[in-house]
Design a protein around this ligand. Sequence first.
Ligand SMILES: [Zn+2]
Length: 425
Amino acid sequence: MKSVLKGVQLPNGKTTDVTIEGTTIAAIESTSEAGLDCSGLIALPGFVDVHTHLREPGFEASETVLSGSRSAAAGGYTAVLAMANTDPVTDKAEVAELVARLGAESGYCEVQPIGSVTKGLRGAELSDLEGLAKSSAKVRMFSDDGMCVFDESLMREALIRVKAFDGVIAQHSQDPQLTVGAQMNEGPLATELGLKGWPAIAEEAIIKRDAQLALETNSRLHICHLTTAGAVEVVRWAKAKGAKITAEVTPHHLLLTEELVRSYDPVYKVNPPLRRQEDALALQAAVLDGTIDVIGTDHAPHSAEKKQCEWQNAAFGMVGLEHAASVLQQVLIENGGQTWERFAALMSTKPAEIARLTGQGELRVGAVANLALIDPNARRTIQFQTHSRSQNNPFARTVLPGAVVHTIYRGRFTVVNQEVQELNG
Ligand SMILES: [Zn+2]
């Protein structure tokens, strides 16, 4: 099968045609052949999310691999890394292979399982890291996300062990002792609202500790969803020291702040919590100056039952796959004046590199045809109703720039004119 994308703009600003043959980018040059009119659209390597909760197995009422990958395709993604806090937990080869197989069957994007660092996410004993790496799912990324690997000696051992197969530990940085019962960011607003506060130090102390472990072990550490100005400082320090550390920020922590909690609407309840305005500004600056490497959505779907209740009883989490690119366009391009090449690095190239995914994050002749075509001039009101099974979207009813018009996964259109396609196997 052959497709020609006519008149696309490349990340470097050049306008040309892209020819796809089978699953491969066959040419990037003007051609006399007819094809799909893509004038005004920017072609980017398909997005890669290093932090997605697909909920299957175990929590299919909130999301399935199929519904989550449709949501991912709608957002321009061609690969997602599926977090391990499922039931059963992805702590052994069988579970990783199941998730990878469900992803392959869905066909909307690559679904690469993340293995848990500890068995059952219990923080007591390491998972079968080598078995997960050797499995057909070829796990390279490990995380207890939702929980912090709090035991320092276990964290150190995990960092040492994954070096053997070029793995990376993705840490959810949250000191559990400092966050017992925490409901929102700690500070005057939490006091005013009568909600238990979540101190910045609970995050920053763990990042600092782990950065030192990464330096000492010379192993790869990825910081999930950092949220505070102080956390940015720690990552900047560790990078200057030469640590193999990468950092991720979510769309919601870039643009939303704790002020929204005043509504007591549980849609704004998230872990880690929404922080102060000055934190959001520090995160935006860190995206612009390269301290933050990637956008990770932390797409965390929850059913209405878990979200439409009192604040105290609601689950933590927000969906994120369908609007992440728009949030980044707002911060990086519209406010920051940066290039689409930087955009591609944050959304595609760097996440693929951190996760060691081949065939993703590339836009060149001979590469796998994984592409997102976006209309940068579109402005749209974000919807509650998504392809996800859940609707806990904090950006619903807000207007953001940009729209994913087409998504192509392995040469096949998963999204055409903003419509997710029905794939037949
Ligand atoms: Zn997390």
